[in-house]
Design a protein around this ligand. Structure first.
Ligand code: G3P
Ligand code: MG
Length: 250
């Protein structure tokens, strides 16, 4: 049900490096992480980039929306200065660059489809098609551990990703438990539920497991809470605190 690593570095390097940058991915790797979560959305020209916010200003120097710029423009923008003077060379990475880095270093990927509003279906389709092309040899090996896992809060993105890349598994992200979570997850063909740990309770955790889904939590930054969730049967979680919760955390 969860054949992947249990502890996953959130947005590349968690809070130890600028999020969703190659410096972040290198930081996670240096800390021994072999599993990472990151966010993907489309630039104006339809090229997927690794970015959390649909707007510039918080982590990337600039103004406006991500979809106001082509990918080539975004990949020249400063995505590290907000974090610290050591990271002024960091830029917005392309999805393909991050996949190449992770594949080269044996890092498993939880690819969160993070569409800008109105681009849900297109984002799932484009990222699905590209991922299917990038992972053709791995798909042929029929070992799900070699493949990324898509996740999204947006069912429309998961639907089109599934159509475009039926072999790539996906998880439904939930900020809180919704009454029809099981029906929705089944209709999407989801392999897992990715639940906000703050709104999860032990009975719901048990029900999700009982229903046969993997159960992943975000974003768990306190070791004591992490132990509690694992005791509830949570299969894995992502963390920002790579310094407190290492890849072999138990
Ligand atoms: O995928 C888990 C987590 O990343 C979801 O929330 O806002 O950090 O992307 P967010
Ligand atoms: Mg995310």
């Amino acid at each position: 049900m969860w054949p992947y690593p249990r502890i996953v570095a959130h947005r590349g390097g968690g809070k130890l490096a600028p999020e969703n940058t190659l410096a972040g991915f290198r930081t996670g790797l240096a800390r021994g992480f072999r599993a990472v979560e990151f966010d993907v959305m489309l630039a104006r020209d339809g090229v997927p980039v690794v970015m959390h916010d649909p707007f510039l200003g918080r982590t990337v120097n600039g103004r406006g929306n991500v979809y106001d710029y082509d990918a080539a423009e975004l990949t020249r923008m400063d995505a590290g200065s907000w974090f610290g003077a050591d990271f002024t060379q960091e830029t917005v990475p392309l999805y393909t660059e991050v996949v190449a880095f992770c594949k080269a270093n044996g890092i498993w990927m939880n690819v969160e489809l993070k569409p800008a509003p109105g681009y849900e279906a297109e984002t799932g389709r484009v990222v699905g098609e590209l991922t299917r092309a990038l992972f053709g040899p791995e798909i042929a090996q029929d070992d799900v551990r070699l493949l990324p896992l898509f996740s999204s809060f947006q069912p429309a993105a998961l639907e089109t990703a599934r159509e475009a890349a039926p072999d790539i598994p996906h998880g439904l992200l939930l900020k809180e438990t919704i009454p029809d979570w099981e029906t929705l997850a089944r209709s999407l063909g989801a392999a897992a539920i990715h639940h906000n740990h703050v709104t999860l309770d032990p009975a719901t955790a048990a029900a999700i497991k009982q229903a046969g889904f993997g159960l992943f939590c975000y974003t768990v930054n306190e070791p004591q809470r992490a132990r509690e969730l694992l005791a509830w049967g949570v299969d894995g979680f992502c963390t920002d605190r790579l310094d407190l919760i290492g890849p072999d955390f138990a």
